[in-house]
Ligand binder design. Structure first.
Ligand code: MN
Length: 254
């Protein structure tokens, strides 16, 4: 069994190292991770500058690119084999609701899924790595169970997992749930730059807007570990008939 492990916080992030430690007796684990923090880089690929792979002293490899770059080049040549599972994380902070669109942690896992390989993205709900050991234990447990049930190469999956920052004994069970929604992000922060111009900082993510029972926000607020199966098809299937009718009513070009 072979696992490719990556993340978006960078190859030195405690969450990556803890997950590496937790998984390495379950499978052969190779790490290919970004050199620097690439949070919120989503599925970005680097197309206009070269990528370099370096070996770090701790046996992991790092790349001057994005999370998706790391998984992409690992799967298309760097590894030289096809891993059975792609794992990403553990991220420093939640990837729930709309976060999943921006998340580099999810982006790394999604890159594996796009290649037809089962993939799991792990995040801790709060930043700061509190109770990281417990999160790594629960991540390990999920991977162990999934491997024990067997991977069907015809049916790859993409799981988004969020783990509350709690001691192991205080962590609730796994709960399969849908993504919630956040309010629109907070206001941009404007500051004078040293050069007399204005610089802008992207504001924080919004608070939950839909954190109802059955969402990732709700499950993790209750101390449970949320598991949301994701797919990549962004088509608004319910909107298609309406749009077909509207396009049918378009008038002749003027
Ligand atoms: Mn991150």
């Amino acid at each position: 069994m072979k696992i490719l492990l990556s993340n978006d916080d960078g190859y030195q992030a405690p969450g990556l190292l803890a997950l590496h430690d937790a998984l390495k007796d379950l499978a052969e684990v190779e790490v290919v991770a970004p050199e620097h923090n690439n949070s919120a880089k989503s599925n970005a690929l680097t197309l206009h500058s070269p990528l370099y792979v370096h070996d770090a002293a701790n046996g992991v490899r790092y790349v001057n690119g994005t999370p998706a770059d790391c998984v992409h080049i690992a799967l298309t040549g760097v590894l030289g084999y096809r891993p059975d599972l792609v794992v990403s994380g553990i991220n420093n902070g939640a990837n729930m609701g709309d976060d999943t669109i921006y998340s580099g942690t999810v982006g790394a896992a999604m890159e594996g899924f796009l290649f037809g390989i089962p993939a799991i993205a792990f995040s801790q709900v709060e930043k700061g790595w509190a109770h990281l050991d417990a999160a790594a234990r629960r991540a390990r447990e999920l991977v162990r169970q999934v491997l024990a049930q067997g991977l069907d190469p015809e049916r790859p999956f993409l799981l988004n997992v969020n783990i509350p920052n709690r001691r192991l004994e205080e962590l609730g069970p796994f709960e399969v749930c849908r993504l919630g929604r956040r309010h629109a992000a907070e206001k941009v922060i404007a500051q004078p730059s040293p050069h007399g111009t204005t610089m802008y900082w992207i504001g924080g993510a919004g608070l939950p807007k839909d954190g109802a029972d059955g969402t990732d926000f709700h499950a993790t607020a209750q101390g449970r570990v949320s598991i949301t199966p994701l797919h990549v098809d962004l088509t608004d299937h319910r909107g298609m008939p309406d749009w077909a009718a509207r396009v049918g009513r378009f008038t002749e070009a003027q």
